[in-house]
Design a protein around this ligand. Sequence first.
Ligand code: SF4
Ligand code: SF4
Length: 195
Amino acid sequence: MNTALLVKTKRALQGDQEVLLDVLEELSKYIHVPLIKATCYGLIYQYVMNNLIDLSRECMECGGICCKYGELIPLYDFDIQDLGSRGIEIKSIVIKKDNGYYLPRPCPLQADWRCTVHEVKPFSCLSYPFMVEDLQLEVFLNYEGIGPPQFNIPSFCRAGIKVLKYVNRVFSKLGTDVEPITLLRFILRNWKQVL
Ligand code: SF4
Ligand code: SF4
């Protein structure tokens, strides 16, 4: 993705429905490409995860594992600007590697299981677990374009598993061959009824 599309996608994952629809409509022009279709599904699941379902109990019970263990968390320039706009001093905590900047794990911005920078958390954090490369790269590359991808959600991620179950309830109403943009419009209109 180019930077402009990444910025839009970050806004979408933060909860901007109009921008999400815009991104999905743009990507839908290439929906015949399995990787693009998998990305569309990933965006929808992740939007549900970040914005529609209360997952605080699941994340509390898990203890915030996703912020504690795993690869370095990449930071885009716009992530650094977002964090800086809230006065968060990150110079002392970021890691510079191969001309890029990263947050370590365990993340120093976590307190107990919570993220202390929730409103301005980085793109990669907003993308967990349905859109992160560490988990989904193989899934996306092997996806053949039929129905939703079989997302790789770790067993400890109760929140992700709850989202999978939620979207499966939507599929039981619409069928799994529904196009991502139709799935998204249905969810945006009816998400409370499906809870
Ligand atoms: S998103 Fe998943 S892994 Fe992260 S804290 Fe919540 S339940 Fe745990
Ligand atoms: S910035 Fe927040 S969401 Fe991202 S790893 Fe750190 S504590 Fe977790």
